[in-house]
Design a protein around this ligand. Structure first.
Ligand code: ADP
Ligand code: MG
Length: 736
């Protein structure tokens, strides 16, 4: 069934050419026990390897059932080895990290036999070689004879037609050798056994045909076979290692070097931990910032008001001898005459209003969440001044007119508005503290209005404001809040005339409390006077429409920071080419700092991730080295697997799967450790920054990081795995 025709095989080392097989021809029939005898180095192993398709001749042909193998491809040889050949080696060559049963099953796995059948067939052959009770042991728990029996069982498992045994008793004592030979003889009843040995005694006793070899040539043949092979041809079953087999093999191998694998995975996980933590933190901070931005924007509009502040002058102006945010219940009188220079008129012209309205109707549809207009109203705030003990009169302390030219607050006017609209909702809550009394509650239908007095961070109040409220400020520097709260005024809607207007038509205004800008407020909503709530404005426009006139101020609420920049750019465009005096300025009340902080955090994250990525590279290199070491260590195993019919692909698959496991382990550990680390990190952040659960790892990011880890591990191991696959099985088997 096998025919070797003029086979030559030589090895070249340097200039020296060693003939291992020299123009050798021989034929074998099926169901025979052939012993090949010869001194060491005569080419016995080479001959077996050529017969078994592990090695290929330089010249000549091997015919299997009359079919030439000259056109055989790698895959054909793999199938031939797996289907037709069973190798038994002198040094057993069992895979140490697999159990006895798994060793025997390996060849069957390669040809895709189902798990159940595999186990059944493997158990059967193990029973046959007398190892029924040892199937779950590891190879290192067996004696030499038992190991050789396992090797025989493995060779038999796939039920091949040819068994090639290379000095199977070489390392056994004589008693055990006899047992093994008996077993092989038994096998030879139904298979072709070609057995290499240098023990001619043993060979004579058991083999039915003896071939002597010397210097790669046959010197004698006891029963030359020339009957002519049956030209039956060959049919092979394809071999392929399933992913599952590769996985189990890798998992077992990993188990035997658990310590090293865990260390590798831990090293690999460091980079993942770093990136996961940075991502969590920057993700959390970005989230915080964007929340803050949204909060801020919903509260702080871009406002265009009737006066513009010179912020630079404001910033440079401070009073160092005063305590900020005092806890006293009194106001410090402040002569504001020096302050007037901080303010300049900001004339909102009809032209400008048109410009804004056009924008609101156009691009503003996408950039603005809302627009508010405030209108000039004919109204006067009146205070009763005693002229004598018995006589007195209501005098206007603040007057506003629809004809803006007419607006004045004489006779006690300040350049600042004495009587202003308070901001609504969030802006109010975020920027002001009630430090005395109550917040305003209006009963407009019954003509009752409540207002609050605003003081600055030092509890200062304008001298003129106090005087307008009827205080004599000549000899005092402080006023108790108690004296201010409760002060009554009148609000007359319409144009007030001291002589003809009836004060009884006016609403009663009571100061209900004192408010102060918050320490945390970073916005200069500068008032120093009385503030009324927006329902007063609505009430007036509903009930006295004739007294409401031109736009006094505009508030634009952008959708987000990007929109805000667009709105501002549009407003800036209006001022281009206008003289300084005609320019209309807006105040961006939201702190621009927040937008900057977001950018800074992104930049820092990128830099940190870049640094951490270096550790990923390092761990990749480590995995590469580990795989390389593993390939070196498992060279013998690679040879055995190839002898059993594993394809090159199967070999690289084993290592790739191993790296997938390591990469997954590293990624998973990294994510797990990060998740655990985030708990104390968040506690620390909460302790110092008072923000709960800032750092959070996005599940998608976690999955992606694990995938990256797996990917890097596989890529890192690709080269060593390829190296393993390319190993010459003959060389691999010869390594010790
Ligand atoms: P045997 O099994 O009979 O002891 P081998 O078949 O192993 O002999 O070797 C036959 C000859 O080929 C020996 O001289 C050996 O040194 C040489 N040989 C075998 N394999 C190699 C190799 N990979 N490289 C170089 N020489 C080799
Ligand atoms: Mg040999």
């Amino acid at each position: 069934m096998l025919k070797l025709v003029n086979i030559s095989k030589s090895y070249t080392i340097g200039d020296f050419n060693q003939n291992a097989l020299d123009n050798l021809s021989v034929e074998f029939k099926s169901k025979d026990f052939v012993a090949i005898l010869g001194p060491s180095g005569c080419g016995k192993t080479t001959l077996l390897n050529v017969i078994g398709g592990l090695d290929h001749a330089d010249k000549g042909d091997l015919l299997i059932n009359g079919r030439s193998t000259k056109d055989f491809k790698d895959g054909d040889w793999d199938m031939y080895r797996n289907n037709s050949i069973g190798f038994i080696f002198q040094s057993h060559n069992l895979i140490t990290h697999l159990s006895v049963l798994q060793n025997v099953e390996m060849g069957l796995s390669l040809s895709g036999v189902s798990k159940a059948e595999r186990t059944q067939r493997a158990t059967e052959v193990l029973e046959r070689v007398g190892l029924k009770d040892h199937i779950h042991k590891r190879p290192n728990q067996l004696s030499g004879g038992q190991s050789q029996r396992v090797a025989i069982a493995r060779a038999l498992a796939n039920n091949p037609e040819i068994i090639l045994a290379d000095e199977p008793t070489g390392s056994l004592d004589s008693e055990t050798s006899v047992q093994i030979m008996e077993l092989i003889k038994e096998i030879a009843k139904e298979k072709l056994v070609i057995l290499v040995t240098h023990d001619s005694e043993l060979a004579k006793n058991y083999a039915s045909r003896l071939i002597r070899l010397k210097d790669g040539q046959i010197t004698s043949d006891s029963k030359p076979e020339e009957a002519g092979a049956k030209n039956g041809g060959i049919k092979f079953k394809k071999t392929a290692m399933s992913f599952k087999t590769a996985f189990i093999s890798s998992l077992n191998n990993i188990r035997t070097k658990l310590g090293r694998t865990i260390l590798t995975a831990l090293a690999g996980s460091i980079g993942i931990i770093g990136i996961a933590l940075i991502l969590s933190l920057s993700n959390g901070l970005d989230q915080q910032i964007s929340n803050f931005e949204q909060d801020t924007l919903s509260g702080y509009p871009i406002s265009i008001t009737e006066s513009k502040l010179d912020f630079e002058k404001m910033m440079n102006y401070s009073q160092e001898d005063l305590v900020s945010y005092p806890e006293t219940d009194s106001a410090i009188i402040f002569d504001e005459s020096q302050l007037t220079s901080f303010l300049q008129p900001n004339t909102i012209t009809d032209d400008y209003i048109q410009y804004v309205e056009d924008y609101v109707a156009g691009d503003g549809q996408t950039t603005l969440a809302g627009v508010k207009y405030q209108y000039y109203t004919n109204m006067s705030l009146l205070k009763y001044f005693e002229i004598s003990d018995t006589a007195g009169a209501y005098m206007p302390i603040y007057q506003e007119s629809t004809d803006s030219e007419d607006s004045s607050s004489s006779p006690y006017a300040t350049a600042m508005n004495l009587f202003t609209l308070l901001p609504d909702g969030t802006v109010f809550d975020k920027n002001y503290d009630l430090i005395y009394g109550n917040l305003p509650i209006n009963d407009l239908a019954n003509g009752q209005v409540q207002v609050v007095l605003v003081v600055d961070e030092y509890n200062r109040i304008f001298k003129s404001t106090l005087e307008a409220l009827g205080f004599d400020t000549t000899d005092i520097t402080q006023v108790n809040f108690n004296d201010i709260v409760g002060t009554e005024l009148k609000l007359y809607i319409g144009t007030y005339d001291v002589l003809t207007s009836d004060v009884n038509d006016a609403m009663t205004v009571t100061i209900s409390g004192i408010i102060r800008q918050k320490e945390s407020s970073n916005v200069s909503l500068l008032y120093n006077g009385l503030g009324y709530t927006s329902d007063v404005t609505s009430y007036i426009s509903e009930n006295y429409p004739d007294e409401v006139g031109a736009i006094k101020s505009i508030q634009l609420y952008p959708n987000d920071f990007d929109s805000k920049e667009l709105v501002k750019a549009h407003l800036d465009a209006y001022n281009t080419d206008l003289p300084e005096s005609a320019k209309v300025e807006y105040i961006d009340q939201a702190a621009t700092i927040t937008a900057m902080v977001g950018g800074v955090i992104d930049t820092i994250s990128i830099v940190l991730i870049a640094f951490t990525a270096v550790s990923l590279v390092v761990s990749s290199i480590m995995i590469s080295i580990i795989t390389y070491v593993s390939v070196i260590e498992r060279t013998k195993e690679i040879g055995v697997l190839r002898a059993l019919g594993a394809r090159k692909k199967d070999i690289s698959r084993i290592f790739n799967v191993e790296n997938i496991i390591i990469g997954f382990g590293a990624g998973f550990t990294g994510i797990l450790v990060s998740a655990l680390l985030l708990i104390p990190i968040n506690l620390i952040i909460e302790h110092f920054a008072n923000m709960a659960n800032v750092a959070s790892l996005n599940p998608l990011a976690a999955i992606i990081l694990i995938l990256i880890s797996v990917f890097l591990a596989v890529v890192a191991g690709l080269l060593p795995a390829r190296m393993a696959a390319k190993k010459d099985p003959v060389v691999a088997l010869r390594t010790e």
